[in-house]
Every structure is written in C-alpha cells, then in structure tokens.
Design a binder for this molecule. Sequence first.
Ligand SMILES: Cc1ncc(COP(=O)(O)O)c(C=O)c1O
Length: 365
Amino acid sequence: MNVIQSIETLKAYQPGKPISELEREYGVTNAIKLASNENPMGPSPKAMEAVKKAVSSLHLYPDGAAFELRQTLATFHDVEMSEVITGNGSNEVLNLIARCFLRPGKDSALIFKYAFIAYPIILKSFGVDFDVVDVSTVDFEQSLDKMFDAIRETTKLIIIANPNNPTGTLIPADTLTSFLKKVPKDILVVVDEAYVEFIDDPAFSSALDLRKTRENLILVRTFSKCYALAALRVGYAVGPPHLIDYINRIREPFNCNLIGQVAAIASLGDREFVEKTVTQNRAVRQALFDGLASLAGVRAIASQTNFVLIETPISGSQIYTSLLKKGVIVRPLKGYGLDPFLRISLGSPDENTRFLESFKQVLHA
Ligand SMILES: Cc1ncc(COP(=O)(O)O)c(C=O)c1O
C-alpha cells in the first residue's frame, strides 16, 4: 500500500469534545469534561508564574534545542542531555520516531489492540504497515508473549503504552524485562509512559530503569497529564544518544514552544503539586469505583492511570449522547472497537459526583 492508499484508510483523530462545542450544540451550561485525561487541578502555581514571566518574550523564537528543559529533564532522570529530546507533545515525539526509523513499504510495526489510537494514525500517515496484537476484553491483558509471537522479519518498531490508554492496565516489570531482553536487537521498542505518575502498583518499573536490558529502547513521556500542561504541548523521549541524534535531525527547528519549555521546567520543580495531584486522583478513582460497584451490568476495569474504562450494560455511544445532554462529556470508544465501554477521566471530587449522578440517571431512564 502506498502512502496515499494508506491515508485513505485513515480516520482523523477525534479528540474529547470541547466544553464550548457542547454548550453551543446542546445549549447546556456548566458542562464538565471527563474525556481527555486532563488534570482537573489546573497547572502548578510555579508553572503559571513562569508562564507569566515568559510572556514578554513572545516575539522571540524559543530555544530550538530546548537546552534548559533538556538539562532539567536529564538531571531529573539522571541521564545525559544527549539522551533527551523534547517535542510538541509526546504525540509529535512518537511521530518523529516513526518517521525516523521506519521505511514505508519495507518495515512494519507492532502494536496492541485497544492501544492509544494515535499509534495506528501515525503509522498509517506514513504508509507503514503494522500488525495488531489481540487483547481480550475480559481482562485487557496486553500479552507480551503474544506480541513476541507476532514479530516477523519486517518488524522494526514496537510501541507499548505502560500503563495503557484507554484500558488503564499495566505490564509488570518482570514480564516487560524478559520481553525487552528477548526481542531481536534490530527492533526499536518504544515504551510510552504518559500516565506513569499515577501508578501505585509496585509491580511496575519504568522503562528508564530497564534500559540496561536492551540498547534499542526509547521511553516517551508527556507534560499533558499529571503536570497539567496539555494546552502547551510538551512531551519528550529518553533514549540512546545516537537514536536521539537522528530524531533531532528531522524535527522542526522550533518544535517545543517557549511557554511550554518554561512551564515544564517549573512543573518538574514542584513535587508538592505532583503529590497533591496523585493523592486526589487516587481518592477520586476509589470514589468512582465505589460509586459504580452497585450498578448492575457495569464493570470498571482496574486502573493505574487518571481515567477508568467501564463496561456498560447498553451501547456506550448511546450513554455518551445521553450524558452530553446533561452537560457531561466522557469518551465513547466506538473508534477503538469497544462500544459497550466508556472511558471516564478522573475529574475533581465534585465532577466525579456529578458524573456518577448523571450516569445513574441515564442508566435508569
Ligand atoms: C498513551 C498516550 N500517549 C501519548 C499521548 C499524547 O499526549 P501529548 O501529545 O499530549 O503529550 C496520550 C494522550 O492522550 C496518551 O494517552
């Protein structure tokens, strides 16, 4: 398939519905959005302060090499600066990786079913062939044994989200370690840890700590989730210097904007904010599970993230539309092939209560 044919099979990424759009379309007010895994607390006060200071420099191009941000990240992760690259959200970083290391028509990639929907979009946009490893809707286990068996001669890239979106599930360290060790050396493994800060399962290890298991490994992270900087589009990768150097050669000259850079640096320095976010997230996650427990036909999948996947007794799309009318935006998963499911981002305690009440009313209607 050439690139044009591949793009013809592509459906554009559908983001969570913006609040303003819902209010315009449905005439509701005070709508809430629990659809894009954003941090309901808003950004760190330190980040907001840094943004205010940087505003007077908007007429200048940002530091294209994002020196200070990369230096701060290198110190934070105890790696060399040459091992870090930043981008316009982790989405761009993933795009750059696919563009840099895959030859359309020759190489193929490997991803899980029900993985982050941007992965197939990115691969199709470059006309790259990819295989999808099946995942059961009973336990949503991302089986690395199955993934290993799916490797073929053309496989050159494997992308794994840990924890995964939209399932919220996690691959334990021992399983990931043995997989990383046995995957052929010429295959690049990318581990996307967009939700890493929310994990409390001790069975997890970051790919950062597993880098000694294989050279051909890149870790991708974002400031959009726990750090609450989704609007500023800052993501990054940590990997071997020679791979990071290749990615650096193909990126846009100023791919990481000034405001994003300063806000990300300030956010990394605000551990109290991260602590507060994670504590609230854990409490709301528990409250959501408790609130859903008594509802017949509803199953919540254990989550290590700031969202919860729930199975619904009737079509998820139908519930989604009924919730919209009540001013509550969640994420339907028809595009993922998961229709009797919804993904609920964990909002503030009040937003969570509002979701639970609206959801119950919709189910009983
Ligand atoms: C698993 C995963 N990776 C990457 C991203 C992209 O994040 P961003 O481009 O905002 O950094 C998301 C966003 O939802 C995600 O869920």
